[in-house]
Design a protein around this ligand. Structure first.
Ligand code: TYD
Ligand code: MG
Length: 466
């Protein structure tokens, strides 16, 4: 291959520059530009194409056969839920996550399930030796599953191996960062290599109809390293999250061409590998303390699945000039908004208090329906008065202080009733749904109304104690 002029490629976004510089103009990252040996074009071009002559391709109509995309169902319900009902044939999925979170474990388990149900499965590990993968599989009781195992990092060798026998239905590449192709000269792990290798695997998937899962590592700031550029090329991006200090793991779809992106799958890491958690509310509610002020249960929704989680707040007088605002598992800007509305519309002064907010169990909540539960937890902590143990909260708070309706109150309330809750503080529009679910509705038209109710309750308890 002819050696081109050296190029400088940003390892964060893949932008190509003529000169080295400390900062990438395209994405603003610092120290991310690396010299790569060659400006060779990406593989795929043939000499005919290079000369400008194209091959004629058959054009099709939209009205052709449009069956539901055929899918490969893994049999792990939590995984299938996140992929949108199984892996789509001919698709490529990128699985990202911190090192040690359990990506390889999840995929060896899924591979074994698929292989046991008669599909041809190839697991290619570029990080661990075949013996290590085998050892882990045996320890997980999967030693008997007919998974074909290889430890290889060269794309050409992998493709030659795959093409040599009956085409596999499911291929795992662990990980994309270790792959390299002889088509480009850059070092393994660079953007150019990762992109060219991913392209070769994608082309293989599209031509053979195999489902390919690429594992990608995540950098400190949460991006799938290098393969940010790969995210655009693949059909789906899943992320595997969780605290390594805790046992449960959450699988979340960030992008999915063939399914929803708001579904989550919940697993628990045990001594025997990943176990599916079919009843996550029980897990996230954990052991609730009856007399702890500052905790409120959110009747939340993740995708189509209702999920009850405990929101914990701690409001304490601050010793700092600028009080601290710390949030775990929720958006900081959303907290700032709730605090501003509490201050401006309800007269709750928090300007000289530190505020700490956490979603119990390490879950990350994204929906605005959490506003009301957050506000209740904050006010409860400030008053030093616990909220009723049998109540759940949900509702979006507007800047005017109005509590707005949220999507799908029914499933939220039914889940709350199933877990033994008796009351729900909610937007007035959802009151009927609460009665239907067998809960007492506490309609809160405005945040002010909730604050007044909580303050009255705190007074009552204080008088009873006196
Ligand atoms: P692994 O799948 O190797 O993570 P990744 O591929 O994302 O880097 O998981 C490694 C971690 O999982 C390791 O810290 C040990 C833990 N683990 C268990 O707790 N139980 C098990 O059965 C297995 C296989 C791993
Ligand atoms: Mg691994």
């Amino acid at each position: 291959m002819a050696r081109g002029r050296p190029v400088f490629v940003c390892q964060a976004c893949g932008a190509v520059h003529n000169r080295w510089s400390g900062k990438c103009d395209a994405c603003g990252a610092w120290n991310s530009i690396v010299e790569e040996a060659s400006s060779a074009p990406l593989p795929g071009g043939t000499s005919a194409r290079a000369l400008g002559r194209g091959r004629v391709v058959a054009l099709e109509s939209l009205s052709g056969s449009a069956d539901e995309a055929p899918r490969l169902v893994s049999g792990m319900a939590e995984l299938d839920r996140v992929t949108g009902g199984g892996f789509v044939f001919g698709s490529v999925l990128l699985l990202g996550g911190d090192p040690g979170i359990g990506k390889s474990t999840l995929l060896i388990q899924a591979s074994a399930m698929l292989a046991r149900s008669g599909h041809r499965v190839v697991y290619v590990s570029g990080e661990e030796a075949a013996a290590q993968v085998r050892l882990r599989a045996q320890r997980l009781g999967l030693g008997d599953a007919p998974v074909a195992l290889a430890a290889e990092t060269c794309v050409e060798d992998i493709l030659a191996t795959l093409k040599q026998s009956e085409p596999p239905r499911f291929v795992v590449i662990d990980s994309i960062q270790t792959l390299w192709t002889a088509q480009v000269e850059s070092a393994p792990g660079t953007v150019t290599q990762v992109r060219a290798s991913a392209q070769a695997m994608i082309r293989y998937a599209k031509t053979t109809g195999a489902c390919i899962v690429l594992v990608g590592h995540v950098t400190k700031d949460g991006q799938i390293a290098g393969p940010r550029v790969v995210e655009h090329m693949v059909d789906a991006v899943l992320s595997f999250e969780g605290d390594s200090g805790r046992d449960f793991r959450i699988l979340r779809a960030q992008k999915n061409r063939f399914g929803p992106t708001d579904e989550i799958g919940v697993f628990a890491m045990t001594g025997d590998g990943l176990e599916e958690v079919h009843n996550p509310s029980a897990l996230f509610l954990g052991d609730r303390e009856p007399d702890a002020p500052g905790t409120a249960v959110l009747a939340g929704l993740e995708g189509s699945r209702p999920l009850l989680v405990e929101i914990q707040a701690l409001v304490v007088p601050s010793t700092l000039g600028t009080p601290r605002r710390a949030v775990v598992g929720w958006e900081g800007s959303r907290l700032a908004m709730v605090l501003a509305v509490l201050e401006a519309r309800c007269g709750v002064r928090l300007g000289s208090h530190d505020v700490h907010l956490a979603v119990a169990g390490g879950l990350r909540v994204q929906e605005p329906a959490a506003d009301l539960a957050v506000a209740a937890a904050l006010v409860s902590s400030l008053l030093g008065s616990p909220l009723p143990l049998d109540a759940v909260f949900f509702g979006e708070i507007g800047l005017t202080g109005a509590v707005r309706p949220v999507a799908h109150p029914g499933p939220r309330l039914r889940e709350a009733a199933r877990l033994g809750f008796k009351r729900a503080a909610l937007p007035p529009a959802a009151a009927e749904a609460a009665e239907e679910a067998g809960l007492t509705a506490l309609s809160v038209p405005t945040l002010d109304a909730l604050v007044a109710r909580l303050a009255a309750r705190a007074d009552q308890t204080r008088m009873k104690e006196a």
